[in-house]
Design a protein around this ligand. Sequence first.
Ligand SMILES: [Fe+2]
Ligand SMILES: [Fe+2]
Length: 278
Amino acid sequence: MTFRIAQISDTHLSGDKPFFVDNFERVGEALRADRPDLVLNSGDISLDGAASESDLAAARALHDGLGLPLRFLPGNHDLGDSQDSPARGEGTIDGERRARYLAHFGADWWSLDVPGWRLLGVNAQLLASDLPEAAEQEAAVAEAAATMGERRLALFLHKPLFDRSADETAITGRFVNPAPRRALLDALAAVAPALVACGHVHQYRETRADDGCRHVWATSTAFVIPDARQPRYGVKEVGYVEHRLAPDGAHESRFVRVPGVPTLSIADFPAAYGPVER
Ligand SMILES: [Fe+2]
Ligand SMILES: [Fe+2]
């Protein structure tokens, strides 16, 4: 049985500022018709949950309305960004913000076994934080990698691990930075993921690394960021991603455009945020 994941991302939902709720609901109608085995939101679930708990509650209620199996990973807008991120307009991850996230969405790192595969979700913002749970997460990643047997690994997190190469040295808010990237890869030890899937950049992109790993960036269901504020790496359109994981280890990922869902630009919603680099 092939396991089908609908990866949605960067839904940026809020009850007080419901600018992107229509897009979410239209994507949700498509998901209900498609009935994937799992809907996985890879972060920035809420518009500004780092500052406003009501955004977390509203986002959770909208997801529960889908009536589909759900998993979540936090984004910088849900619990603050990493300490090592240069621009932290949404604030910095701390124990209180993380606890609020956990109360609404459950564990911020987790693993799930499906035929032939282990899915491993990690909290990208926690990786580079000074919270004691960062070490707990690394230990959990190491344990998941050490006990997966013949399965293949699909790794999910909010931020891309890198642009083109794990050796990049740039410190940015867009990718996992070099030190936490190294810590994560070290925790995986000899296990090379077959698939790494993320969100955060609001663009769809699929690349193959030198080791054969497929890196898939899910775009946002909500909005894109204009070229004047963010380079173009891939496709700047809204939608979601379908991953198909076969028991024999074969896998494919594809960008799904949902008819009738407009690609909004954050430039047209000045009340959502000020200019923020993503
Ligand atoms: Fe986002
Ligand atoms: Fe993000």
